[in-house]
Every structure is written in structure tokens, then in C-alpha cells.
Design a protein around this ligand. Structure first.
Ligand code: HEC
Ligand code: HEC
Ligand code: HEC
Ligand code: HEC
Ligand code: HEC
Length: 230
């Protein structure tokens, strides 16, 4: 097996080709207005909420502490920019469903194999563990790595990544700046509670940008109980 003694910079150059395809997805179509805004009388107008998030209906639903991850995967190494010494990979290279479906998804081991079958672990713990999963694979491109879920909202809430990402809401509007983190963490100010969702639905500038004259109607729809509790 060839060993990768090259610096991350050399890797980064090799990577740019692969990754730039993902960044081309930046200016993608904002979903059409008709599809975004079905005018139906779902429910009565929602009540006005107090400003204080704590006093809103809802209890914490996100587990505060999670079990350690099976491998200490470092987001910073892979996703921070080349100038910052990282590999400059786009989030969507690994979380490729974020723009396409409800779940952003966590990459299969196969995504790691492409690069890591060529990288010498050199005794480093994370890489040795990863190689164990890769080598156990046989023909299946990797044994699944049992990653522990970090964010979790209750199943009775309707949430869809695709809608947000296509509408122009950034990963960092809802998640910690993962280019600076190791394994995923929850940003303390992003509670994932109902009040947090509603607050952004009231304020996010992409609603004006995408809906123009209909922005107020769209905002009303985004407050409607039915939007999130269908
Ligand atoms: C596009 C190539 C590429 C992909 C895909 C990739 N990696 Fe890496 N990874 C690297 C490079 C390059 C390094 C730095 C290697 C070095 O320092 O010798 C690295 C480093 C690591 C390290 C060691 C980090 C440290 O310094 O402790 C771990 C662990 C790791 N990767 C896990 C993963 C896992 C898990 C996946 C799949 C989810 C993955 N990688 C996908 C290229 C990649
Ligand atoms: C509007 C807020 C919001 C945005 C924008 C957002 N996320 Fe999420 N993300 C969430 C919520 C809420 C969950 C928990 C979903 C659940 O439990 O069903 C989550 C879960 C995840 C998960 C866990 C797997 C899954 O799909 O449930 C990953 C990975 C993830 N997000 C990555 C991303 C990436 C990468 C981006 C940017 C491309 C992004 N997210 C943009 C709110 C957001
Ligand atoms: C090389 C692949 C790779 C890249 C690039 C990557 N991630 Fe991840 N991401 C992972 C893996 C593997 C996990 C599962 C381990 C963990 O939770 O840290 C994960 C987990 C997450 C989670 C937590 C999911 C949960 O369980 O709720 C979020 C949020 C997330 N990533 C966001 C991002 C964002 C934002 C970016 C871009 C800045 C990004 N990721 C880039 C591989 C990647
Ligand atoms: C950082 C801002 C932000 C946060 C936080 C946020 N959203 Fe949104 N959400 C938006 C925007 C902007 C839209 C409108 C997207 C569009 O139509 O272009 C939207 C749209 C939606 C829609 C409408 C989807 C559709 O098909 O019409 C649902 C459902 C939704 N959000 C659920 C949630 C839930 C549940 C949470 C909390 C867990 C949440 N959002 C948190 C910004 C946010
Ligand atoms: C933007 C999305 C969104 C809208 C709109 C929304 N909710 Fe929620 N709701 C959530 C989320 C996320 C949770 C789960 C997290 C929590 O408990 O705060 C939740 C939880 C709840 C719960 C359970 C609280 C608990 O303590 O278990 C009730 C009841 C509820 N919502 C009622 C409503 C009603 C009534 C409306 C309309 C006035 C409404 N919601 C509008 C996102 C939303």
C-alpha cells in the first residue's frame, strides 16, 4: 500500500478538482414560489409569542450529552480552508443529501475509503481505527461506522434540510462552525427548540430575497402550526 507522506497542501491541490464540483452547487435554483407557498387554510392564525425563548411552549428535546464517537473524526482537518491548513472540502462532499432531502445524512465508510486507503495511519489512533473499519469491509467498501447522532428533534416535528439549504439558509445559521471543530458539537445558542425555529422564521432575510412582495404571506405560513406539525 503506498503511503501518503505528502503535506496536506499537496492533498489539497489534488482535492480541489473533486471539491470544486460541490461548490458549483452554490447558486442553485431557489424553489419556485408556487411549490413553496401552497395557499391553503391550514389552521387559525397562530398566537403572538413572547420574545423570551424560555417562556415559549416547549421543553428541551435535544439530548445534552452524547456518547463519544467511535472515531475522533476532525471536521477541522477536512473542512477548513486550504489557507487555514485544512483540505478545503465542502460540507456537501460528505453531507451530500443536505440539498436534496430531509436528512443531511452522515457519509458511508465508502466516502472515507477513497482517500484513506492511500493514507498511512502511521500509528495514529483515529486512522488506525478507521483502517480497521475499512479492512473489515471485504467487498463492501467498508463496515459501517456507528456514529452517534448529535442533533435530534422529535419525530412529531416536520423538518427538512433541503428546503432550508436551497432557500439560502447556511449550515452555520443552525450548526456550529464545523470548520473549527473536531467531532460535531451542538452550538449552545442553537437550542433546536420551537422558539428557536420560530424566531428565525420571523427574521431570516432569505424570505424577503426569495418571496419579494409575498414575503409577509410566507412568514405567516412559516408561523403556522401546520407547517411544522403536519
Ligand atoms: C478527500 C480525501 C479525504 C476524505 C474523503 C476523508 N479524509 Fe480523512 N484525512 C484526509 C487527509 C489528507 C488527512 C491528513 C492525513 C495526514 O495527516 O497524514 C486526513 C486525516 C484524517 C484523520 C486523522 C486526523 C488527525 O489529525 O487526527 C482521521 C481520523 C480521518 N481523516 C478520518 C476520516 C473519515 C472517518 C472519513 C470519512 C467520513 C474521512 N477521513 C474522509 C483525507 C480525506
Ligand atoms: C434551518 C436549520 C438547519 C440548517 C440550515 C442546516 N441544518 Fe443540519 N440539522 C438541523 C436540525 C434541526 C437537525 C436535526 C434533524 C432531526 O433530528 O431530524 C440537523 C441535523 C443534521 C445532521 C445529522 C443527520 C441528519 O440529517 O439528521 C447533519 C449531518 C447536518 N444536520 C448537517 C448539515 C449541513 C452540512 C448543513 C448545511 C449544508 C446543514 N445541516 C444545514 C438544522 C439545520
Ligand atoms: C470528510 C467528510 C466530512 C466533511 C467534509 C464534513 N463532515 Fe460533518 N460529519 C462527518 C462525519 C463522519 C460525521 C459523524 C461524526 C460526528 O458527529 O462528528 C459528521 C457529523 C456532522 C454533524 C452532526 C450530525 C449529527 O449527528 O447531528 C454536523 C452538524 C455536521 N457534520 C456538519 C458539517 C458541516 C457544516 C460541514 C462543513 C463545514 C461538514 N460537516 C463537513 C463528515 C464530514
Ligand atoms: C436560521 C433560520 C432558520 C431556522 C433556525 C429554522 N428555519 Fe425553517 N425555514 C427557514 C427559512 C428561511 C424557510 C423558508 C425557505 C424558503 O421557502 O425559501 C424555512 C422553511 C421551513 C419549513 C417550510 C418547508 C416547506 O416545505 O414549505 C419548515 C417545515 C421549517 N422551516 C421547519 C423548521 C423547524 C422545525 C425548525 C427548527 C427545528 C426550523 N425550521 C428552523 C429558516 C430557518
Ligand atoms: C417552525 C416550526 C414550528 C412551528 C411553526 C410550530 N412548532 Fe411546535 N414545535 C416545534 C419544535 C421544533 C418542537 C419540539 C421542540 C420543543 O419541544 O420545543 C415543537 C413542540 C411543540 C409541542 C410539544 C411541546 C412539548 O413540551 O413537548 C407543542 C404542543 C407544539 N409544538 C405546539 C405548537 C402549536 C400549537 C403551534 C402553532 C401555534 C406550533 N407548535 C408551531 C416547531 C414548531
Amino acid at each position: 500500500m503506498p503511503s501518503a507522506t505528502g503535506t496536506p497542501r499537496v492533498w489539497a491541490v489534488i482535492l480541489l478538482g473533486a471539491v470544486s464540483f460541490a461548490s458549483k452547487c452554490e447558486n442553485i435554483d431557489v424553489t419556485s414560489n408556487e411549490d413553496a407557498f401552497p395557499i391553503e387554510a391550514h389552521s387559525l392564525l397562530p398566537p403572538v409569542y413572547p420574545d423570551d425563548v424560555e417562556t415559549r411552549i416547549s421543553v428541551g428535546s435535544v439530548v445534552q450529552d452524547t456518547d463519544p464517537q467511535p472515531i475522533e473524526f476532525k471536521h477541522s482537518v477536512h473542512a477548513s480552508s486550504v489557507e487555514d491548513g485544512g483540505l478545503g472540502m465542502s460540507c456537501e462532499y460528505c453531507h451530500s443529501n443536505a440539498r436534496k432531502s430531509k436528512h443531511a445524512g452522515v457519509p458511508p465508510t465508502q466516502t472515507c475509503v477513497g482517500c484513506h486507503s492511500m493514507i498511512d495511519p502511521g500509528g495514529r489512533e483515529g486512522l488506525v481505527q478507521l483502517n480497521t473499519y475499512i479492512q473489515e469491509s471485504g467487498e463492501n467498501f467498508g463496515q459501517p461506522i456507528p456514529w452517534v447522532k448529535v442533533h435530534d428533534i422529535p419525530d412529531f416535528v416536520h423538518f427538512n434540510h433541503s428546503r432550508h439549504v436551497k432557500g439560502g439558509v447556511e449550515c452555520t445559521d443552525c450548526h456550529a462552525d464545523m470548520t473549527k471543530e473536531g467531532v460535531a458539537v451542538r452550538a449552545p445558542d442553537m437550542t433546536m427548540l420551537m422558539g428557536w425555529c420560530l424566531e428565525c422564521h420571523e427574521e431570516h432575510p432569505s424570505v424577503d430575497a426569495n418571496y419579494g412582495a409575498d414575503a409577509d404571506l410566507r412568514r405567516a405560513e412559516l408561523k403556522d402550526c401546520y407547517t411544522c406539525h403536519q
